[in-house]
Write a protein that binds this ligand. Sequence first.
Ligand code: UDP
Ligand code: MG
Length: 330
Amino acid sequence: MNASNTSQLVTVVTPLWNESDTIAALAAALRQLFQDASVKWEWLAVDDGSSDDTVALVRKEMRDMARARLVCLTRNFGQQAAYRAGLDHANGDAVIFLDADLQDPPEAIPEMLARWRDGARLVIGRRRSRPERGMRGLLLRGFHVVFGRLTNNVMPQDSGTFGLMDRVVVEELKRLPERNLFLPALRCWLGHRQAMVWYDRRERAGEPKQTYAKLFNYAWNGITSFSEIPLRFISWLGLSLCLFGTVCTALVFLQRVGQWFGWWTDRLVVGFATQTVGIFFLGGVQLLCLGIVGEYLARIYREIKGRPHYLVEQVVEEKRPQTSEVLKHE
Ligand code: UDP
Ligand code: MG
């Protein structure tokens, strides 16, 4: 990948979930980007079960593009699954992940291409700054710090999905069998020659589609099966009981000290404290541990089930309809 080569194909993958507000701006930005004639471009949009007119708008925008396809999933599978569908359907020698909301600037893509041509197999977009403020900003920043600590910084702290992957990386990612997808870290885990491109993250056009609940699940590697929720409940119950046990211990300790120094004159029920504290505290610890074990068990359960990441309803290619679509209308 050492010189610009117009026979090389670069696929831009954008997941879309109810993005009708942002499609026009996205298509305009892509058209601008595709004017760079040093490579051939392909736009691969993945509709993640939108219930608004995202599909119709995208199809309209795609009509005048040389290479553009839309993969429609059967329902909303989540951002990571949509990106995975993009990986599976992209034809490019390099694949670029770009959120539809343009928070990550397409203007940074030429620099990514340059790093790729220099020999990097993975080019990661790193945020110099991010616009999210308040609780959302705090949680996002907090998550990256905690995630970095827990995983020994498997990926750069200030990076997300925005980035470029060489075909080699794409094929290796596709071979990984795991169901709990966290692509930003997974692609870094692969190793290879990596490069960074710095950018300022912008305000989002339209409402955030990653709700707090979705972000929380993303942080926990995605909850897809409802049978895990009781397991997490056990952890919280355990933690609450631990706290209660600790408060009881502190109270009993204070009473005892008070008796020695004479400022606690009420009679103490002998043996009551030890038992109560012991039952609550140990019960809490046990439930907490059980809950944590349950979290891992749930992950194994999900891997064993081996359900596909997503299901495809149809692949639409505006200029050259594909077999699946042709069959549909027969
Ligand atoms: N998205 C998706 N499925 C979902 C949620 C989001 O495909 O269930 C897409 C969304 O359309 C956007 C991208 O994922 O293109 C990132 O979403 P958003 O900007 O809301 O998330 P954040 O910026 O908070 O990561
Ligand atoms: Mg966004």
